[in-house]
Design a protein around this ligand. Structure first.
Ligand code: SF4
Length: 432
């Protein structure tokens, strides 16, 4: 069920400890009032009060959500990433108060079992449509029974990461780079997560012994020049624990590039603090890949978080999973790419959804992704066109898939090309 702890360790939420301990456990839920959909407050809830937040700029739906379901939360509470984690929405009873669940959602939340846990930050819940089960953001966070089916071709570890892992939480697939799983904890769980077999189950923790083994491995492999720190979500660690990882990696002479993969600026933008960005900028060249799914995620709070990261000199790129009925319309994807550009995030990858167990309702035909790239290339700035890739099942790595603009070559060596409008052009592909 969804109430089980993700980690065995307890979370320290004392404000004075804010930067000392990573959030590795599940806190007591709902110490604040959570009224029902009908707006009737619980008996122990403080009286509803208007938002005392004139100074805090918030997305209107988030403000309305906060006023309704967390009326006692102050601006300081809401802006505190640890408060957001402590008050994540994680169980059926609470979700039911906040959104009108469908039978498919209710059933999934009842059955739960060993599947990926459900957790949504209050910030992100404020973006979710309570009455629209087809809304992309809702589908990305609220489980349905379709997750419980295993369809042909699906697997728990379709990318074969377990076979390319010399140390728990380290994947060495490409010769010159490694993937370091810092933690399996996320502040919110995406229903289509490629690592749903591990995330949220507490098996991968940022403990020093495991991390030291990873540092030793990287140190003894001089061909590794690029380390991607991911998870789970590494930005859910405390500044100190994250700096422990970054500083140890930066001390290895042959590690040139550090990267962080995260969805935090989207689901927990409050985590991007001046203290964090000051720390991160010490470890350049440091890049960041942001997991963004839909233009509606690009709200004021997320734009602000991206701006702070960009101001810290961190090049930002996006990763977007192509999801059926959520972002597989060219117009939606174009809006997303433009929104990313405005937030100073370079659209980097669109991923074909991996065939993880229970993902069939999220997957599209590959032809859909090709059509989306065709709808972008030439129709918008080149910077706004990401690379569409399939992560090859079995561990073959990312394989780009693109529309074919080369129509052929004639006997004289002229290349026949098709441009974005369907016009035919010839290029003399020969040297006289
Ligand atoms: S944030 Fe990333 S690791 Fe966490 S659930 Fe979403 S896709 Fe998986």
């Amino acid at each position: 069920m969804y109430g089980v702890p993700e980690h065995a360790m307890q979370l320290s939420l004392r404000l004075e400890d804010q930067e000392e301990e990573p959030p590795q456990g599940e806190p007591t839920l709902f110490s604040l009032a959570v009224p029902s959909l009908g707006g009737k407050p619980r008996l122990n809830a403080p009286p509803a009060a208007p938002a005392r937040s004139r100074g805090l700029r918030m997305t209107p739906s988030c403000r309305a959500f906060r006023n309704r379901f967390f009326p006692a939360a102050t601006d300081a509470d809401w802006s505190d990433w640890r408060w957001q984690i402590q008050h994540r929405i994680r169980d059926l009873e609470t979700v039911r108060r906040m959104i009108r669940l469908t039978a498919e959602e209710e059933k999934a939340l009842e059955l739960g079992g060993n599947m990926l846990p459900m957790a949504v930050t209050p910030h992100y819940m404020g973006l979710i449509a309570p009455e629209d089960p087809d809304q992309a953001l809702r589908r990305s966070m609220i489980p349905t029974v379709y997750e419980l089916r295993r369809c042909p071709g699906e697997a728990d570890d379709p990318l074969g990461e377990e076979h390319q892992s010399p140390i728990p939480g380290l994947v060495h697939r490409y010769p010159d780079r490694v993937l370091l799983l810092a933690t399996d904890f996320c502040s919110a769980y995406c229903r289509y997560c490629t690592r749903s077999r591990v995330v949220g189950h507490g098996a991968i923790t940022p403990n020093t012994r495991r991390l030291q083994m990873i540092f030793d491995y990287i140190r003894s492999h001089p061909q590794i020049r690029d380390v991607l720190i991911s998870g789970g979500d590494p930005l859910t660690l405390s500044d100190e624990r994250l700096e422990f990882i970054l500083s140890n990696l930066r001390a290895i002479p042959h590690v040139e590039i550090l990267r962080i993969g995260t969805k935090v600026p989207v689901v927990l933008p409050q985590r991007i603090t001046p203290h964090l960005t000051r720390m991160l900028r010490k470890y350049h060249p440091l890049w960041m890949s942001l997991h963004v799914t839909h233009p509606d995620e690009c709200c004021h709070e997320t734009a602000r978080a991206c701006g702070m990261l960009a101001d810290a000199g961190i090049p930002l790129g996006s990763q977007t999973v192509l999801l059926r009925g959520m972002n597989d319309e060219p117009e939606v994807m174009r809006r997303l790419m433009h929104s990313l550009m405005k937030m100073r995030v370079k659209p980097y990858y669109i991923y074909q959804c991996d065939p993880i167990t229970g993902s069939e309702h999220f997957r599209t035909p590959v032809a859909r992704g090709v059509e989306i790239i065709r709808s972008l290339r030439g129709h918008t700035s080149g910077y706004a066109v990401p690379t569409y890739v399939i992560d090859a099942p079995g561990g073959g790595g990312k394989i780009p898939v693109a529309p074919d603009y080369v129509a052929g070559k004639d006997a004289a060596g002229n290349l026949s090309l098709t441009n974005y409008e369907g016009g035919r052009y010839r290029y003399p592909d020969y040297i006289a």
